[in-house]
Design a binder for this molecule. Structure first.
Ligand code: AMP
Ligand code: ZN
Length: 668
C-alpha cells in the first residue's frame, strides 16, 4: 500500500467509526483504539501535507480561529415556522391546505421541534462544503470551521447522494452534556449557563474552534433542499438523509389525519421529559413534496408546515422579596422569594434572578405577580411580570450597591454580568463559604463537621480561616450549642485524619482558588507535583500546561501572591497536610486505562468506592457519572441501582465486578 492509500484507508475507517459512535450510538471499537488510529493518521498527515483533505477526521479537533465570520447569502431562504397551540389551530390549518390543494387526501409527517440553533449545511460531491447559520433567513454567518468539530456532522457522505444539495438541521446541546458543563463551571466558581439552547447557539459563534470541539454538541437534521434530489416525500427525505450518514432522529411519524397528529403531539408532550435533548413542540409537515411545492410560502414561513408548541409548565405567583446571596468567591446572586406555588410536581419558593441586567430587563419588582417556568434548568426561572396586577405603590428595584453581609461597596467589572464583594478576608459569608468548601466531601472530606458547625465556630470566634481548623481542641468545641463530648471528639479527629488521608490534588482543590475546580486541581498537581513548584510558576508557565487557560493561570498567580494566603499555606504545611504528590502515587501511575471511561456504582468489599475511582484515574482512565454508549466498563458493586444496569445493557457496556477490575490491574 502506498502512503496515500494508507492515509485514505485510515480516513475511511475513522469516518466509519465516527458514524457508528456519534450517529448510530453503537461503537464497535474502544475509545482507546480509536485514539490510536487517529494519532497514526495525524502523524501521517503531518509528514505528508501534500495529501491534505478538508474532510479528514483529524480536522474534528478544531484549532482554527475565526476573527470575523463571513456573511453568506443563502441559496435557498431559511424560513420560520407558523405556530399552533390547539386542536382548533391545527384543523384550521388543514382546511386552508385543503382549500389550496382542492380537497385531496393529504398525509402528514410529524417530527419533534428540536430546540437549538438552526444550521444550513451545503454538500458538494458528498463533502461538507459550508455550514451557515440562519441569520435573518436571507443571509447568515459561515461557521464551517466550528461545525466541522461536531462529530455527528458527516464530512464525507455515504451511499447514493445527489451531487449538490443543502440540508437543514438544528445544533443542540444534549441535556446530559449541558449538566456536566455546568457542574464543572460551578465547581470552578463560575456562573452556570442559563439553558442548553443559548449555549448551543453561543457555541457556533466562538472564535476558537478547539473550544467548540470540547462541547458535546449534536446536529439533528430534518430537511433537504435542492433540485433533482429524487425525493418525493418528507418521510422519504428523512430516510434518505439517514442513509447518507446524517443524524436524523427516528422519532418521526407518518400520519394519515389530524387525529393521528394530535395523538403524536399528546404523547410527546408527556414523554419529552425523557428525551436526551430539549424540544419545544412538534413540527407537522405535509408529506408529499409535490403538494409542498403547490402550497409554497408566505412572507415568513412555509404554508406546508406548522409548529405545534408545547406549553411550558408555567404558573403565576407573587414575588414577596428580592434577597441577595453572597457566594464563596464574593459573587452576588439575586434571589426571588416567592409565595410558594406548585409547579411541575414540586413546590417552588425561590427562583434565581441571575444578575442585575436580568432584573432590569424584565423590570421585576417586589410585590409583582410574576410568571414562573421550569424549563431544562434545575432552578425555576421568572419569565415575566403580569403588569395588570402591579400594585399602585410599586417602585422599580434598586439593585444593591453594598454587600448585604459586610456592607462593602460592590464591584462590577467590565464584561462581567455579576457584582462582587471584594472584601475577601472580612466578608463573613465568604469566609465561612471558603471553610465550608474546604471541609466538603470532594475536598478535605472532614467527617464530624457540617456547614452549620462552621458557621457556629466562626460566630464564636474560634476560626477565621481553614488553617484555624487544625488548632481546634476538644475543650474549645465542647461548649458549643448542640455539641456533646462524642461529637466534639469526632470533629477534632476528623480534622486530624484529613492531614494524612487527603492527597495533594484535593488539598489544592480545597484551597478554593477561583476557577480551580476538581479537574483543574488534578491537572496542576500532576504537572507541578508540589505546592512549592506551583507557587513558583508564572502565568506564562501555567498556560503552557494542557487545558490551563489564561483566566485560570491569572487566578492561581493572584492567589499565591497574596500574603495572607501564603501565611495560611505555611501554617497548613506545618500541620502536616499533603502538599506534594506522594511517592507511591507517582510510582503507581500508569497509562493502562488511557481512553477508557469507567462508571462505578454500588458498594465494594475489597476497596472503597473512592479508592476504586482513584485507581482508575491513577492509571490514566476517566470516571464517568452516568452510563452511556461512551462508557467502556461499568464496575458493579453490591446494591447497584437497577437503572445503571438497564442502561449498561441497552448500550452494550460490559458490566464487571470488583474482582474483574482488580484483576485487570494486576495481570497487566
Ligand atoms: P421558529 O424559529 O420558532 O420560527 O421555528 C423555526 C425553526 O425551528 C427552524 O429555523 C428550525 O431551525 C427549527 N426546527 C427544529 N426542529 C425542526 C424540524 N423538525 N423541522 C423544521 N424546523 C425545525
Ligand atoms: Zn461582603
Amino acid at each position: 500500500m502506498t502512503t496515500k492509500e494508507q492515509i485514505e484507508a485510515l480516513r475511511q475507517e475513522l469516518r466509519d467509526h465516527n458514524y457508528k459512535y456519534y450517529v448510530l450510538d453503537e461503537p464497535t471499537i474502544s475509545d482507546f483504539d480509536f485514539d490510536m488510529k487517529l494519532k497514526t493518521l495525524q502523524e501521517l498527515e503531518a509528514k505528508h501535507p501534500e495529501y491534505y483533505d478538508a474532510s479528514s477526521p483529524t480536522l474534528r479537533v478544531g484549532g482554527a480561529v475565526t476573527k470575523n465570520f463571513e456573511t453568506i447569502v443563502h441559496e435557498h431562504r431559511m424560513y420560520s415556522l407558523s405556530n399552533s397551540y390547539s386542536k382548533e389551530d391545527l384543523e384550521d390549518w388543514e382546511k386552508r391546505v385543503q382549500r389550496i390543494l382542492g380537497d385531496v387526501d393529504v398525509a402528514f409527517t410529524c417530527e419533534l421541534k428540536y430546540d437549538g440553533a438552526s444550521i444550513s449545511l451545503t454538500y458538494e460531491d458528498g463533502k461538507l462544503l459550508r455550514a451557515v447559520t440562519r441569520g435573518d433567513g436571507f443571509q447568515g454567518d459561515d461557521v464551517t470551521t466550528n461545525i466541522k468539530t461536531i462529530k455527528s456532522v458527516p464530512l464525507q457522505l455515504k451511499g447514493n447522494y445527489p451531487p449538490k444539495f443543502d440540508i437543514r438541521g438544528e445544533i443542540v446541546l444534549p441535556l446530559e452534556g449541558f449538566a456536566k458543563m455546568n457542574e464543572e463551571r460551578i465547581a470552578n466558581g463560575e456562573e452556570p449557563y442559563m439553558n442548553p439552547r443559548n449555549t448551543a447557539s453561543g457555541s457556533l459563534k466562538l472564535q476558537d474552534s478547539a473550544l467548540v470541539a470540547e462541547r458535546p454538541l449534536d446536529c439533528l437534521l430534518y430537511g433537504i433542499v435542492g433540485e433533482n434530489t429524487g425525493i418525493e416525500s418528507q418521510y422519504q427525505m428523512l430516510d434518505k438523509a439517514r442513509e447518507w450518514g446524517f443524524k436524523v432522529p427516528t422519532i418521526s411519524k407518518l400520519c394519515a389525519n389530524t387525529e393521528e397528529v394530535l395523538a403524536f403531539v399528546e404523547y410527546w408532550d408527556v414523554h419529552r421529559h425523557n428525551l436526551p435533548y430539549e424540544t419545544d413542540g412538534v413540527v407537522i409537515k405535509i408529506n408529499s413534496l409535490r403538494y409542498q411545492d403547490e402550497l409554497g410560502y408566505t412572507a415568513k414561513s412555509p404554508r406546508w408546515a406548522m409548529a405545534y408548541k408545547f406549553k411550558a409548565e408555567q404558573v403565576s405567583t407573587v414575588l414577596n422579596e428580592i434577597t441577595y446571596q453572597v457566594g464563596r468567591t464574593g459573587a452576588i446572586t439575586p434571589v426571588a422569594n416567592l409565595e410558594p406555588v406548585l409547579l411541575a410536581g414540586t413546590t417552588v419558593k425561590r427562583a434565581s434572578l441571575h444578575n442585575a441586567d436580568q432584573i432590569e430587563k424584565l423590570d421585576i419588582r417586589e410585590g409583582d405577580t410574576v410568571y414562573v417556568e421550569k424549563g431544562g434548568e434545575i432552578i425555576p426561572k421568572i419569565m415575566g411580570v403580569n403588569l395588570s396586577q402591579r400594585p399602585a405603590n410599586s417602585r422599580a428595584t434598586q439593585y444593591i450597591t453594598h454587600c448585604p453581609e459586610c456592607a462593602t461597596e460592590l464591584l462590577r467589572t467590565e464584561g462581567d454580568a455579576k457584582h462582587y464583594c471584594t472584601n475577601y478576608y472580612g466578608c463573613p459569608t465568604q469566609i465561612t463559604g471558603r471553610i465550608q468548601h474546604f471541609i466538603s466531601r470532594k475536598a478535605m472530606d472532614i467527617e464530624g463537621m457540617g456547614s452549620e458547625t462552621v458557621e457556629l465556630l466562626f460566630k464564636e470566634g474560634l476560626i477565621e480561616n481553614y488553617a484555624d481548623l487544625y488548632t481546634l481542641t476538644k475543650a474549645q468545641v465542647m461548649p458549643l450549642e448542640r455539641m456533646a463530648e462524642k461529637s466534639a471528639e469526632n470533629l477534632v479527629q476528623g480534622v486530624e485524619k484529613s492531614k494524612m488521608e487527603i492527597p495533594f490534588e484535593r488539598v489544592l482543590f480545597a484551597l478554593g482558588i477561583r476557577f480551580v475546580g476538581e479537574t483543574v486541581a488534578k491537572k496542576l498537581a500532576k504537572a507541578y507535583k508540589s505546592i512549592d513548584a506551583l507557587m513558583g510558576a508564572s502565568a506564562e508557565e501555567l498556560v503552557a500546561v494542557d487545558e490551563i487557560g489564561e483566566r485560570i493561570a491569572q487566578s492561581v498567580v493572584e492567589f499565591f501572591q497574596n500574603e495572607k494566603n501564603q501565611d495560611i499555606i505555611t501554617r497548613l504545611k506545618e500541620y502536616g497536610l499533603q502538599f506534594e504528590l506522594s511517592a507511591d502515587k507517582l510510582l503507581n501511575q500508569t497509562e493502562l486505562f488511557k481512553g477508557k471511561t469507567f462508571v462505578v456504582s454500588g458498594v465494594f468489599s475489597k476497596v472503597s468506592r473512592n479508592e476504586l475511582k482513584k485507581m482508575i484515574e491513577d492509571n490514566g482512565g476517566k470516571v464517568g457519572s452516568s452510563v452511556s454508549s461512551k462508557t467502556t466498563y461499568l464496575v458493579a458493586g453490591d446494591n447497584m441501582g437497577p437503572s445503571k444496569r438497564t442502561k449498561a445493557e441497552a448500550n452494550k457496556v460490559p458490566i464487571i465486578s470488583e474482582d474483574d477490575f482488580l484483576a485487570m490491574l494486576t495481570t497487566s
